[in-house]
Design a protein around this ligand. Structure first.
Ligand code: FES
Length: 95
């Protein structure tokens, strides 16, 4: 049986790993706060790893798949209980 989320937090899943994060933060902030997940996607042109940069919807370095929708600017979306998030690392081997 799973533990209930702590008060003031929600449980999200990032690449099949459950994380408890503070409610009200953005998906980008949640991902940056966990060492295993810092990168969000691999740039399709040069295969360079990318991570959230501006955190205000300008740079598009934070694209992630959120609840099945790809290429979402994760810095503009607040975490929600049960949210399924995938990093877009198709050009990189994930360990
Ligand atoms: S971090 Fe720049 S658009 Fe999201």
């Amino acid at each position: 049986m799973k533990d209930a989320p702590a008060a003031g937090s929600v449980t999200i899943t990032v690449d099949d790993r459950e994380l408890q994060v503070p409610e009200g933060i953005t998906v980008a902030a949640a991902v940056l706060g966990h060492a295993h997940a810092g990168r969000t996607y691999i740039h399709p042109v040069d295969n360079s790893p990318r991570a959230p940069y501006c955190l205000m919807g300008v740079c598009f370095e934070c694209l992630m798949e959120i609840n099945g929708e790809p290429d979402v600017q994760s810095c503009l979306i607040s975490v929600e209980e049960g949210m399924i998030i995938k990093r877009q690392l198709q050009h990189e081997e994930v360990n």
